[in-house]
Design a protein around this ligand. Structure first.
Ligand code: ATP
Length: 283
């Protein structure tokens, strides 16, 4: 049996004065999916997300989130979604565990505090005062705060912007953990490796319109595009494009072995998600 989409958007429009920020978006997000919303600055991502969260009114279109219209949904609906607020103000003298415990009390069916600490990657910091956390740890606690209510759907807005590489990996683990728990995640990001790694499906928004959607692998027909083979030969860079990398490599390496060529720095690459993204967004 097909289950109902967690998010369904039809013909969504929003303008601010002369600026048409969102120009007729259609999207569906299925239960348990990690969905990444990509697009350059000013494309309309935040506007769309705020409409989905019930924080902004739309001009036109139909939107349902967990079966309800966010403009009219009440408290019971809000408990089912998790939103990462940018550094919510916490008492700096409370510990991480105490803060999460305090917030757990606001929900009817909270996640266990220990599980939330683990999932948010705050295991080593449970007894630290929140005022003593680093910026990255604070952001992880913000994610913990969004999780403590045990939501079915989480909105993560650029969850790793400004993170060091290890903190990014930790957040990726958190998001993978959310998927394992069956949560639906709607993510915005500017990092293509993040989308590639985490997302089941992505949509690219440009000037208020969805210009491409699909799995990170399929986007822009990436799988079927020519591969590029590069190597150095007698100090010279050589680049080949091929639609049959196996055959081309076989010929190339066969000849190299026969003729004693080195093929230094031999590499085979396909267009990355970032290549496709840059093409689609015309940057
Ligand atoms: P970024 O990646 O920079 O966060 P975004 O894709 O989230 O960008 P939005 O913040 O949704 O884009 O903005 C879309 C367009 O709407 C932009 O041109 C922006 O200037 C405009 N805009 C956004 N919020 C308002 C507002 N409150 N009033 C007027 N214009 C706005």
């Amino acid at each position: 049996m097909d289950s109902d989409p967690v998010i369904s958007i039809r013909g969504l429009r929003k303008r601010y004065g002369d600026v048409e920020a969102v120009r007729g978006i259609d999207l569906e997000v299925q239960p348990g999916e990690v969905f990444a919303f990509l697009g350059p600055n000013g494309a309309g991502k935040t506007t769309t997300v705020e409409i989905l969260e019930g924080y902004r009114k739309r001009d036109d279109g139909e939107v349902t989130v967990l079966g309800e219209d966010p403009e009219r949904a009440g408290r019971a609906w809000r408990e089912r979604i998790g939103i990462v607020l940018q550094s919510c103000r916490l008492d700096p003298y409370l510990t991480v565990r105490e803060s999460l415990g305090l917030y757990a009390g606001y929900y009817s069916n909270p996640m266990s505090i220990e599980e939330t600490i683990e999932l948010a990657g705050l295991g080593g910091k449970a007894n630290s005062r929140t005022g003593a956390l680093s910026g990255g740890q604070q952001r992880r606690l913000d994610v913990g705060m969004a999780l403590i209510g045990n939501p079915e759907l989480l909105f993560l807005d650029e969850p790793t912007t400004g993170f060091d590489p290890s903190a990014r990996r930790q957040t990726w683990e958190t998001i993978a953990g959310l998927r394992d728990l069956g949560k639906t995640v709607f993510l915005t990001t500017h990092y293509m490796d993040e989308a590639q790694r985490l997302a089941d499906r992505v949509a690219i928004l440009v000037r208020g319109e969805v210009v491409a959607r699909g799995t990170p692998e399929d986007l822009g027909d990436r799988e079927n595009r020519p591969a590029r083979i590069t190597y150095r030969d007698a100090g010279r860079e050589v680049q080949l494009e091929t639609t049959n990398a196996v055959e081309t490599l076989n010929e190339l390496t066969g000849r190299a072995l026969a003729e004693g060529l080195e093929l230094e720095g031999l590499e085979v690459t396909r267009p990355s998600l970032e290549d496709v993204y840059l093409e689609l967004t015309d940057q």
